[in-house]
Every structure is written in structure tokens, then in C-alpha cells.
Write a protein that binds this ligand. Sequence first.
Ligand code: UDP
Ligand code: MG
Length: 309
Amino acid sequence: MISVVLPIYNEEKGLKSFIDDLLTQLKDIKQNFEIILVNDGSTDQSLELIQSLCSFHSELKFIGLSRNFGHQIAVSAGIDYASGDQVILMDADGQDPPELIPDLISKMNEGYDVVYAKRIKRANESLVKKWTASFFYKLLNKITSIEIPVDTGDFRIINRKVVDALKQMAEKQRYLRGQIAWLGFKQTPIEYERKGRNAGETNYTYRKMIRLAIDAITSFSNWPLRLATISGFVCAFLGFILILYTLYAKFILKIYEPGWPSLMISIVFLGGIQLLGIGMIGEYIARINDNVKKRPLYLVDETNIKTHA
Ligand code: UDP
Ligand code: MG
């Protein structure tokens, strides 16, 4: 069986036509399937729409989260409830074309555990989004030790082995494409052109994008911590030279001026570096704090799925 996991946040406008497309594709494949619609605390009529769709099609199942937990957590919830041997992750806004699903499945049947869709083109997305995304992925690849594929979103197919492994990763900051890359197993890309949205607007505000970026970096790299240490060393070294020079100037050259400029510069500079270091440490401590709390990752308000894996 194949499970398709769809995170949904305020998608009432385009959802119905997308589900129709998806159903047509999946019925062509001639394999059992289920579609798991995860309502991530939508504030529009998405939930009502999802429930009415479920009553029309027996393959549709839904999970209604108790509030908006964010894209990555919504997908994680869907993965937890999926019972397929293969699970497809995709967006519900039509940007990930259902027509690619047969290719994903046939590639997986060649013996891969993960087949991710790599976008060769992104339609209808702002330049700023493309640039920030490309900068972020380059940075991430430089500072992490695992290879996280560039130009890929969460659109992919994973098998049961990978699903079970993912479930063992209890971390609260979810960055699924990184986590799946970290897992290893046999992974391969296939290429596609990413389309524009069917309807509505992106739910990824800059705030959410920055959150995701910081989660990705702190989950997979200790480089920011090391940067704080390195800049500390550099400052200490420069400070040491400055001390030597000051003593030399005072006792040998007999230049003794009130050192206002150098004093100000070093105070400001050191203050900045210290704050930077503390801030970075704070980022990690905040995350340790989050994980120590052992809160559930999400809460389900209502669902029509009976067995909880
Ligand atoms: N989404 C979600 N929770 C959120 C934000 C988004 O479940 O808090 C869903 C959204 O409904 C869509 C997918 O995640 O199916 C991708 O979101 P979006 O299209 O807004 O992001 P973009 O494609 O612009 O990166
Ligand atoms: Mg989208």
C-alpha cells in the first residue's frame, strides 16, 4: 500500500481540485493507497472541506491537529499515522505535481529507500525567495557534515524502513529533508519542474522560513558554536598583541596618551563578539530546553483513523 501525506494549512481554495488530480493519478497506479490529510490548525474552512471530502472517498483519511504546529510537524504527524509500505510526502497546494508520482514509485522499485524530487525550475516564486533559498542551502551544505541535497523540498517517497527510522528521531525541531539525509540508506533524486500554487498564497512567511533555517542549522551543525569559540580566540590574540604594544609604547617609546579611541573600539568590538557568542549558545540551550521538556510533538484533536501506529 502507498500512503500520501498532505499537510494542509488554509488551503480551502485549491484543495478540492488538487485532491481530484491526486485521486486520478493514484487510481491509475492500480495499487492500494490512502491519502492522509493533516489539517494544521487552519483558520479557514479547510477542515470542513477535508471532512466532507473524506465522506466521499474511502481512501481519504484526516488528522486534525489541535492548532497550527507548522509544516514540518504536520508532515511528521501524517507519517506517524501512515500505514503504507511506501509513503509519499508532498505539498497540498499543487506545487508538487501528482503526475510525478508514477516516476517516484517506479524509481523506488529499482531498489531505493528514498527517492526525492529535485526541482530544476521554480515557477511563480519571488526572486527573493529563490535567492534566500539558494544562499541558505549553500551555507547549510558548507557547515554540515551530512550531504543535504540542494533544490529539494519535502516532495519524496520513502519506504517503511525509512519511516520507522524517522519515528525513532525524537527531536522537536523537525527538518525532515535533513533528517532523512542523515538516516542514510539508498537515496536518489529525480528531476521535475516546480509549478506555481493552484490557489491561495504561500503560508511560509519569512518568519517561518527563518525559523526553519535556524532549526536546520542548529540540528545538523555545531558550526555556530565553533564560530563563537574561534572569534573568541582571535579577539584574545589581538588583545594580547594590543597589550604588548601598549606596554611598549608606554615604557620604551614614552608615548602616553589618553587612549580613548582604542578603548572604545575594543569595548565595542568585544561587547559585540560576546553578545554574538552568548546568543549562539542561547540558541542551542533553548533547543536543549525544548527537548528536555519531552512535550508531545503534536496533539490530535480529531481523526477518523483508528489504529495509531
Ligand atoms: N503548511 C502547513 N502548516 C504551516 C504552513 C504550511 O501545514 O504552518 C502546508 C501548506 O498547506 C502546504 C505546505 O505546507 O501544503 C507548503 O506550504 P507553502 O505552500 O505555504 O510553502 P511554500 O511552497 O511557499 O514553500
Ligand atoms: Mg507551496
